[in-house]
Design a protein around this ligand. Structure first.
Ligand code: ADP
Length: 485
C-alpha cells in the first residue's frame, strides 16, 4: 500500500514537471497523426475494395441474370452452359449463387443444398417488388450478398431473382497486411519521435535548470557575484532572474539595515552604561575623600542614566511590538479624537510648564475615527513631546483637530528650533537625531518618530513634517476615518 502511494506520488510529481509535459506533448503530436493515418488508410482501403467488389459482383450477377432470362432457365434448370457459368462465378468469388423463381422457390443452389426450399428474405422481397439490385454485407461471416432481379429482356416479365454471395476474406487479409506494415512504420515513428521529444524537452528545459542552479548556489547565503548571473535564453527566465536579483538586493538591504540597527542599539545601550561606569569608578577611586554632597550628585547622575537606559529599552520594545504587528492585526474601534487629544495635553502639561512652553488646542471639527487608541495616543504623544523638547523659552505648541474628506487631520506645530531641510526625510529613521548631543541632553532616544510613523502606518495613515529652521515645525498626521474605504 505504502509503495503504491509513493509510486502514485512520484507519478504526480512527474506529471507536474514541465519537462515531462513538453516530452508528452511532443510525443503525442508526433505519434497521433501516425495512428490516425493507419486507421484512415486501412479503413479507406477496405471501403474502396468493398465497393469495387460489390459493383463487380453486381455486374456479373446482372449479366448472368440476363443469360438466365434469355435461356428460359426457369422452365429447364438443366441447361449445363448456364449451370457451368453459375458454378464458375460462385467459385470465382468463393461464394454461392441461388436462383429463386417468382414464387420464392429456390430452383438452383450452387451448393446444391437448398434446392426446393423457399427463400423469403427482405432483400429478395424488395428486389422482386421494386425490380432493382440489392446489396448487403454480413460483417460477422465476412461475405457480401447481392440480389438482382431476373427480368425478360423484351417482355419485361419478372421471372425471379439471383442471390449471389461473395467472400470478402481477401479484402480483410489485404487490410490486415496493410495494417501490419503501417504498424511497423508506426513503431519506427514512435521511437524516432520519442528520441526527438526527449532531446527537445531536455534542450528546452536547460535555461530553467540554469535558473535553479543559480538560485541554489545562493541558498546558503549571499554570494558576491549573484547579480551577475544572467539567464537571457528566454524572456521568462530573464524575468525570473531579474525578480530574483531584485529580491536578493532587497534581502541584502534588510540584512544591512538589521545589522546597522543592532550596531546602533548596542551603541545606544552602551552609552548610559559607560557614563555610569565612569561615575561609579570615580566614586570608588575617591574613596573616603568624597564628600556626601558629591556622592549625592553622582548618584543622581547615575539614576538619570538608569532612567535613560530604561527609556531606550522601553522605546525599543514599543518599536519591536509595532514592527511585529500587521495592518490586519490592529484592533480598531470608533473613537472620538478630541477627548483623546485633550487627555494627552493634560498628561503633558507638567512637562510643558517645566520647559516654559504653552500648550494650545483647537478643535476645528468633532472627528470620530476607527483607531487603536493606545497606538495612536503613543504616536501623537511623541510628536507633542518633541515639540516641547525642541522648543525655546516661552515658546508654544499648538495641536489642532480637523477633518478632510475621508481623513481625520491632526497637526502639531511649534515655535521651536526647526529641522534643517536635509534632515527632514531622515528624522523617522531609528536613532537619527539632528543634533545628537543636544537630543541626548534633553533625554531623547532617537526612536520617538520611528515609533510614531509605524503606529500611523498601521492605521493606513500618513505623516508629513514641514519646518523652517529657527522658526518652528509642523507635523501633519492623516488617519482614514474608516478603515474599509
Ligand atoms: P528623539 O528621541 O531624539 O527626540 P525622535 O525620533 O523623536 O528622537 O526625533 C528625531 C529627531 O528629530 C530629534 O532628535 C530631533 O533632532 C528632530 N525633531 C523631532 N521633532 C522635532 C521638533 N518638533 N522640532 C525640531 N526637531 C525635531
Amino acid at each position: 500500500m505504502k509503495a503504491l502511494f509513493s509510486s502514485l506520488f512520484q507519478n504526480i510529481r512527474l506529471y507536474r514537471s514541465l519537462r515531462f509535459r513538453i516530452f508528452l506533448i511532443v510525443l503525442l503530436i508526433g505519434i497521433l497523426p501516425a495512428f490516425l493515418m493507419r486507421f484512415i488508410m486501412v479503413r479507406s482501403y477496405e471501403n474502396r475494395a468493398m465497393n469495387q467488389k460489390i459493383s463487380e459482383v453486381t455486374n456479373q450477377s446482372a449479366i448472368i441474370a440476363a443469360h438466365l432470362a434469355r435461356a428460359d432457365y426457369f422452365s429447364d434448370t438443366s441447361d449445363y452452359v448456364i449451370n457451368d457459368e453459375l458454378t464458375q462465378m460462385a467459385n470465382l468469388y468463393d461464394g454461392r449463387i441461388l436462383i429463386i423463381d417468382d414464387d420464392y422457390l429456390i430452383i438452383k443452389d450452387t451448393y446444391g443444398k437448398s434446392q426446393g426450399k423457399y427463400l423469403v428474405s427482405g432483400e429478395v422481397i424488395s428486389c422482386m417488388n421494386g425490380s432493382r439490385n440489392m446489396s448487403g454485407f454480413d460483417e460477422e461471416n465476412r461475405y457480401l450478398e447481392i440480389t438482382v432481379p431476373i427480368i425478360g429482356e423484351n417482355s419485361g416479365e419478372l421471372y425471379g431473382a439471383l442471390v449471389a454471395s461473395a467472400s470478402t476474406d481477401g479484402i480483410h487479409a489485404n487490410a490486415e497486411v496493410l495494417s501490419r506494415r503501417a504498424r511497423v512504420i508506426e513503431v519506427i515513428i514512435f521511437v524516432v519521435v520519442m528520441v526527438i521529444a526527449y532531446a527537445l524537452s531536455s534542450t528546452l528545459m536547460k535555461p530553467f535548470e540554469k535558473v535553479i542552479k543559480a538560485v541554489d548556489s545562493v541558498r546558503q547565503g549571499f554570494e558576491p557575484g549573484v547579480e551577475s548571473i544572467e539567464v537571457p535564453d528566454y524572456t521568462e527566465t530573464k524575468d525570473i532572474m531579474d525578480a530574483f536579483h531584485h529580491l536578493m538586493s532587497r534581502m541584502k538591504e534588510v540584512d544591512d539595515s538589521r545589522a546597522e540597527f543592532v550596531a546602533n542599539v548596542s551603541h545606544e545601550l552602551k552609552t548610559p552604561l559607560a557614563s555610569m561606569k565612569v561615575l561609579s569608578d570615580s566614586l570608588i577611586e575617591g574613596g573616603d575623600s568624597v564628600d556626601a554632597e558629591t556622592y549625592r550628585e553622582f548618584m543622581l547622575d547615575i539614576a538619570a542614566e538608569v532612567d535613560r537606559e530604561n527609556k531606550i529599552i522601553n522605546n525599543l520594545l514599543s518599536l519591536v511590538k509595532l514592527d511585529g504587528t500587521d495592518v490586519e492585526d490592529v484592533k480598531l474601534e470608533l473613537h472620538a479624537l478630541s477627548p483623546m487629544l485633550q487627555q494627552l495635553i493634560k498628561t503633558l502639561t507638567p512637562l510643558a510648564r517645566k520647559s516654559g512652553v504653552e500648550l494650545l488646542y483647537e478643535e476645528k471639527a468633532a472627528v470620530e475615527a476607527e483607531i487603536d487608541e493606545t497606538k495612536l495616543s503613543l504616536a501623537i504623544m511623541n510628536l507633542i513631546e518633541n515639540s516641547i523638547k525642541y522648543n525655546k523659552e516661552n515658546g508654544w505648541v499648538k495641536i489642532t483637530l480637523d477633518q478632510d474628506l475621508q481623513f481625520a487631520v491632526i497637526t502639531v506645530s511649534d515655535s521651536g528650533m526647526g529641522i534643517p531641510e536635509e534632515s527632514i526625510n531622515r528624522i523617522y529613521d531609528r536613532f537619527y537625531r539632528v543634533d545628537k548631543s543636544h537630543s541626548r541632553e534633553i533625554g531623547g532616544t532617537g526612536l520617538g518618530l520611528a515609533i510614531t510613523r509605524n503606529a500611523i502606518l498601521l492605521h493606513r495613515g500618513a505623516i508629513k513634517a514641514s519646518s523652517i529652521l529657527g522658526e518652528g515645525t509642523t507635523f501633519t498626521v492623516k488617519i482614514p476615518l474608516r478603515q474599509d474605504i
